[in-house]
Write a protein that binds this ligand. Structure first.
Ligand SMILES: NC(=O)c1ccc[n+]([C@@H]2O[C@H](COP(=O)([O-])OP(=O)(O)OC[C@H]3O[C@@H](n4cnc5c(N)ncnc54)[C@H](OP(=O)(O)O)[C@@H]3O)[C@@H](O)[C@H]2O)c1
Length: 465
């Protein structure tokens, strides 16, 4: 990077004594810092070394940057030392980027809400246990960490189980954590020890499977856990992928079942985020699998639109219906997200005699109907229903973003980029509507695909919410 046209690397040194100069008045985004900057040559000089940064903030706002040494900045309000120590108060976040590369630009990071914050599950129970709290995300930035401004965050059935205290993870044993399993966001700061080889830069867009913490304005994640996106990637469609589509991919490819073309499956809770993802992946990757799915009758048309033959999830004749639809044979594999003794019994009876398999992927039936608590311990629930090798449980490897399986994530992303996979977005919500989102998860009746929080203000406006 050069500024004067004479230096070719790094920020500039002092200009020659006879070089033309011009002094400009400037301020930071919120106006708390006021200063003058002496540029040489002046900004309108053809030799002025204006830098075109390719980060999304600068591109979308049309900013050009100029680097100047500290001695050519004179503060009338504040000092250079204070300027380098931003705090995340009401309006201070936008200063962060300026502090890293002092310039005459005024970045607009458009956070929503303007003050960094996150939802907290204060105690296990109904959605009213959720509380919004302010926090300082910069304080959590470790040497190997990446500070992300969240643009879009996923809403999923797993949020429901986390809120009632049934999620089997050491960090979810006690309340006090932030839910939010997946996200797409923009890097706004990098820890000192993030390796250059990761090729992560401020302004890059990334996807992540955070497991916790995405229902917030910002999150800090270890650099190994972020998956770098292209700037053109569709933010909403891509945010649907890390949890739902990768779980469904794993259920089809890695859960110990064999599904050659011509196989038949029963997808439990097919109208939800996960079930929709499974049906769409089967179509997008031309797997040639015949699909049946259980759902509420009000969603039959939606489920048919996914290429799935719908069946009433509460029908007393579910097993008979499946056999009638499969020439009396039953399906090869049935995927069950309810995880009750009844659901497993029915799903097993709906598979091929002696060889058909049930893969349990959730225990929605173990959550009280009013969303207030777990009815039993998840380990006990699973112990009561699993019957290896025919009835097994499978869960997404939450470490996949760090492993070779991350390639599978990008295989799915590629289908979206090619327009061959169009993730169904059930509903877009503001982050401020977290309590309403959890209510929808409890009742399930409105869910047809993946629900998302649009955290970024500009994006939310673009989508009319
Ligand atoms: N194993 C894993 O790695 C993994 C990963 C992600 C999620 N999960 C689990 O998968 C399940 C589904 O997640 P999701 O994100 O797809 O959820 P979702 O988007 O909330 O959809 C769930 C769907 O299931 C139905 N439903 C809701 N409550 C139910 C109940 N008590 N009994 C029967 N059906 C019910 C509803 O549709 P209808 O009314 O149309 O039936 C609803 O649309 C959750 O249990 C979640 O924890 C597991």
């Amino acid at each position: 990077m050069s500024d004067t046209g004479k230096s070719t690397s790094g920020p500039p040194g002092a200009p020659p004594a006879d070089a033309p100069t011009k002094t400009y008045d400037a301020s930071c985004h919120c106006g708390a810092f006021k200063y003058s900057v002496t540029a040489s040559p002046p900004l309108d000089d053809p030799n002025a070394a204006l830098v075109e940064c390719n980060c999304s903030i600068c591109v979308s706002n049309g900013y050009l940057l100029i680097y100047v040494p500290n001695e050519r900045i004179v503060f009338s309000n504040g000092s250079i030392e204070q300027f380098k120590k931003p705090t995340f108060t009401e309006q201070a976040l936008p200063q962060l980027i300026q502090t890293m590369s002092p310039s005459l630009s005024t970045p607009n990071t458009s956070p929503t809400p303007t003050s960094p914050g996150r939802w907290i599950i204060t105690e296990f129970g109904k959605p009213s246990v959720l509380r919004w709290e302010a926090f300082d995300p910069m304080a959590a930035l470790s040497a190997g960490g990446v500070l992300i401004r969240i643009l879009v965050a996923g809403i999923a059935g797993v949020d429901n189980i986390q809120r009632v205290g049934g999620y089997p993870h050491p960090l979810a044993k006690e309340p006090g954590f932030t839910p939010g399993y997946d996200l797409v966001g923009e890097i706004i700061a990098l820890g000192d020890a993030v390796p250059k080889g990761r090729e992560l830069n401020i302004g890059d867009r990334v996807a992540a499977l955070s497991i916790f913490g995405a229902h917030a304005s910002h999150i800090v994640l270890p650099h190994e856990e972020v998956m770098k996106l292209q700037h053109e990637d569709d933010l909403l469609k891509t945010c649907a992928l890390p949890l739902n589509y990768m779980t469904s991919w794993g259920l089809l490819k890695h859960s110990g079942v064999d599904l050659p073309p011509g196989s038949a499956i029963l997808i439990g809770s097919v109208s939800g985020g996960l079930g929709t993802a499974m049906a769409q992946l089967i179509k997008a990757f031309d797997m040639g699998i015949k699909m049946f799915g259980t759902c509420s009758p009000s969603k039959f048309d939606y489920v048919r639109s996914l290429g799935v033959e719908p069946l009433d999830r509460n029908s007393p004749n579910l097993v008979e219906q499946i056999h009638a639809l499969t020439d009396g044979k039953g399906v090869d594999v049935a995927y069950d997200g309810v995880g009750s003794e009844k659901s497993v019994q029915d799903f097993l009876a709906a598979t091929k005699q002696d060889v058909g398999k049930v893969v349990v992927f959730g225990v929605m039936g173990g959550i009280a109907a009013d969303g207030s608590k777990m009815l039993a311990n998840v380990d006990d629930l699973l112990e009561a229903i699993l019957q290896p090798p025919r009835v097994s449980f499978w869960a997404l490897d939450i470490e996949y973003p760090k492993k070779k399986e991350v390639a599978e994530f990008f295989t799915v992303v590629k289908k979206v980029r090619e327009g061959k996979l169009n993730p169904v977005i059930a509903k877009l919500m503001r982050l401020s509507e977290a309590i309403e989102a959890h209510e929808l998860l409890i009742h399930g009746s409105a869910i047809k695909g993946k629900m998302l929080f649009v955290v970024d203000e500009e994006l939310a406006k673009t989508h009319g919410i």
